[in-house]
Design a protein around this ligand. Sequence first.
Ligand SMILES: Cc1cc2nc3c(=O)[nH]c(=O)nc-3n(C[C@H](O)[C@H](O)[C@H](O)COP(=O)(O)OP(=O)(O)OC[C@H]3O[C@@H](n4cnc5c(N)ncnc54)[C@H](O)[C@@H]3O)c2cc1C
Length: 390
Amino acid sequence: MNSENQFDVVIIGGAIMGTCTAWFLREEGFAGSIAIVEKDKSFAKASTTLSAGGIRQQFSEVENIRLSQFGIAFLRTFEDRFATDPGYKEQGYLVLAGDEGAETLAQNCARQIEAGASSLLLSADGLRQKFPFLDTSDIAAGIIGLKGDGWFDPHSVLMAIRRLLRGRDVEFFDAEVVEIENNMEKVTAVTLADGRKICCSKLVNAAGPAAGYIASLAGIDLPVEPRKRTIFSFDCKTEIAAMPLIVDISGVWVRPEGVGFICGVSPPHDQDGEANGQDFEPDYALFDEIIWPALASRIPAYEAIKMGHAWVGHYEYNTFDQNAIVGPHPRLSNFYFINGFSGHGIQQAPAAGRALAEHIVHGGYKSIDCSRFSFDRLLRNEPFLERGII
Ligand SMILES: Cc1cc2nc3c(=O)[nH]c(=O)nc-3n(C[C@H](O)[C@H](O)[C@H](O)COP(=O)(O)OP(=O)(O)OC[C@H]3O[C@@H](n4cnc5c(N)ncnc54)[C@H](O)[C@@H]3O)c2cc1C
């Protein structure tokens, strides 16, 4: 801790969003003092380490496409810069649609191509030829991301950036923030569970699913809550070569992982409320009732699969419009947010961290314009709607 217990930037949460923000503050030439406060440095319950690690350019809004494109560029050079293999597999991302969703899919594809993505729209026939293991009888179209889309290992990426951050003059506190002081115009300090106080010139909320709670400590209503998501692993005796990550029309997603596969689905709408932040018990019924039937009918080889283990993570779910909230608060102008990514945050963390760092250092965005992710839209009641939320 510096002698006066005062830091220029204090970041609450040391997983991917907090770490990327600190990393890009230094990349932007920020020479001030930085502290990261993290309550669980094992990251056992963090969204980051429990994530599926998918990355895709298949969004409808150009900002989301560009954030992921920067993530792809970051991953491609990651090993050279961080001396760690990020486990990045550019094996593609295939989003399927029935008659109902085909028009939207085509519009999204046009937007993606315009933004420089190598997305390819395929008819049912085209899909059958390219992916003979699929049953396409109820499929109208699909988009395959040919370059860049795929998945990576979030845990390796997080640990590698944290390791290098230690050499870049960042102070790490193993502690929980329990209070935030403010004078109605600015936040001034955070109090830790052990009673210590850290004063700050700027404060960043990178608390993932707990972001809503952290905002409430400063009297701010942030519509971000934990939502439970279960991931299941399974084995299949039949080999399926070069399979991309597939998002089925049922909402079920599946991808290869090692010699087996992992999969998941969002719970039905009426069962998908705010989660108890301590609930990490897998919802096995989702596998039996939704996932397995959907997989077996889409990929006949999956009729004989054996479920392995399952784990739960919490989305940091933005109940307002399921899009990220990035930038300063309109009233408490030195309180910054990087929250609410609702299931597509791991791929966007490098670009979002860079964007927030630019805002903190320069007072505005320099690379990707993230104005539409601003907190203000919540107050104006103007949702920023993205059609490619999974
Ligand atoms: C099951 C699952 C699958 C996912 N799949 C994908 C995917 O395929 N692709 C994709 O792009 N995204 C995916 N995501 C989303 C992605 O993982 C998240 O958007 C991202 O990890 C959020 O990072 P974060 O740093 O904000 O949150 P977290 O990783 O949760 O980190 C927040 C940190 O804040 C700390 N913290 C909280 N409160 C306090 C406090 N009071 N004091 C100190 N520290 C505190 C926590 O301990 C935690 O370490 C998935 C998420 C889940 C749960």
